[in-house]
Design a protein around this ligand. Structure first.
Ligand code: SAH
Ligand code: SF4
Length: 444
């Protein structure tokens, strides 16, 4: 997975397979995740896989706050849920403070207890009511009955040579998704987390492992946000998650209500408190939902758009969504997306050898993007087993970049991260194995 927040402008582009580990992947024994902090894995070279079958207790309040809660410099304004967003009353992890207040008052507790519950879950990452030490015993018991518990169980983690950590997580119905922790190269204490929004994806892009797999189901807002709560427990003590990108499995705008709620939760000042400009939603181009995101969040959430081809016939061949919303419609939508003065839309362009990587393509991209405030991220295609498509060689990537730059675009080549553990873009695909998850969640 490339860290889209880390840009290597002008850097020597790397072929996607250059990063293979020096040592074969190492299988480690089953680890009980009793306390995430105890499980320190020094990366001594070679990627490794750690299987976990239990979801253990999260860190205590003080450690959690010291090590993992992202603090932004400027206070985050509370964002209300979009008025038309639907609410899933079963999704207890996704409740907002006022919803917890209503709930606990209906149980005869004072309203402030509701806010405490929210803070335990989202600020401190404590999802076991027994650990919510400042709540009365009866309320803790009520929360257990209400279904407050981890909606995800950690199945395994795969630590790459470059410290990218791919986490495989299971859900109560046995489905699995992946989320990736990507420490910045210059400052590994700063981490970007790539999260999934669906199990599989319905969009069917031919170069993408999730698309080839197809959509299995939507993720709930609680499941989406719990990836970050879980990710925080996997960090080293000096690390913190500063950026979250919806670039894992799934098309986030095809799961709009859950996405919208997850965005509010991720940026809530009493919870995870990410800065809105540090949350990026990446989309293949669902025009109506891009408009809705712009309306609902006033353009504050970062938008990334997967372009990948600059002519309708080429784009439709690799991205079926283009048959519904062609390039003219997409560009018109991007032009009206509300952006602040200095903000730009990220254009993701996966370079595929012989498909979209000619100099004529580069020239056509410049014409297409004229008048849209963008920066372009070139991603040499990561190979997937279901396709013969490949990346161009690195000198070709550089020529493509140079042409765009010479014609005035701001262009970055994403460094591929974690490809030795298949954590790179488009390599996230779900794995069957219902039994294992069902067991591990029962134990959690
Ligand atoms: N569905 C959303 C977000 C998830 S995909 C979207 O398509 O934007 C995240 C990024 O990975 C997208 O830009 C996607 O096009 C890219 N991607 C998918 N498969 C890839 C592959 N095999 N190699 C490189 N990038 C890929
Ligand atoms: Fe879905 Fe994005 Fe993959 Fe296309 S690239 S199939 S939209 S996850």
């Amino acid at each position: 997975m490339a860290d889209p927040t880390e840009e290597t402008s002008g850097a020597q582009p790397k072929a996607p397979c250059d990063d293979q580990p020096n040592h074969p992947a190492q299988e480690l024994a089953v680890v009980d995740l009793a306390c995430p902090r105890k499980d320190k894995r020094q990366n001594s070279g070679g990627s490794r896989t750690i299987h976990k079958t239990k979801l253990g207790r999260p860190a205590k309040l003080s450690t959690s706050l010291d090590c993992t809660v992202s603090k932004t410099l400027t206070p985050n304004r509370v964002v209300e849920l979009p008025p038309n967003a639907s609410t899933d009353s079963q999704d207890v992890i996704a409740r907002l403070p006022h919803e917890w207040e209503q709930k606990v008052t209906s149980w005869g507790e004072p309203a402030y207890r509701g806010r405490q519950v929210f803070e335990w879950i989202h600020r401190h990452g404590v999802l076991d009511p027994a650990e919510m030490s400042n709540l009365p015993k009866a309320l803790r018991a009520r929360l257990v009955e209400e279904g407050v518990r981890w909606p995800l169980a950690m199945i395994s983690s795969h630590l790459s040579d470059d410290r990218t950590n791919k986490l495989l997580v299971g859900m109560p119905d046995g489905e699995r998704v992946e989320t990736v922790l990507i420490p910045q190269l210059q400052d590994p204490t700063v981490v970007t987390q790539c999260i999934s929004s669906q199990v599989g994806c319905a969009m069917g892009c031919v170069f993408c492992a999730s698309g080839v797999a197809g959509l299995k189901r939507q993720m709930s807002a609680g499941e989406i946000v719990a990836q970050v709560l879980l990710g925080r427990h996997e960090l080293e003590p000096d690390q913190r998650i500063r950026n979250v990108v919806f670039m894992g499995m799934g098309e986030p705008l095809h799961n709009y209500d859950a996405l919208a709620r997850a965005l509010v939760l991720l940026t809530h000042p009493d919870g995870i408190d990410l800065s809105k400009r540090r949350v990026t939603v990446s989309t293949s181009g669902l025009v109506r939902q891009i408009d809705r995101l712009g309306r609902d969040f006033g353009g504050q959430v970062q938008l990334a758009v997967s372009l990948h081809a600059v002519r309708d016939e080429d784009r439709s061949a690799i991205m079926p969504i283009n048959r519904r919303h062609g390039l003219d419609e997409l560009m018109a939508c991007l032009r009206r997306y509300p952006l602040s003065k200095r903000q730009r839309i990220t254009i993701e362009y996966t370079l595929i050898k012989g498909v979209n990587d000619s100099i004529a393509d580069a020239n056509a991209m410049v014409d297409l993007l004229r008048g849209v405030p963008v920066k372009v991220n070139l991603i040499p295609m990561n190979p997937i087993s279901a396709s013969d498509l490949q990346a161009p060689d690195s000198s070709h990537v550089m020529r493509f970049q140079q042409r765009l730059t010479a014609r005035g675009l701001s262009v970055f080549v994403r460094k591929t991260r974690g490809d030795d553990v298949a954590a790179a873009c488009g390599q996230l695909a779900f794995h069957p194995g219902k039994q294992t998850e069902a067991r591990s969640l029962r134990r959690a």
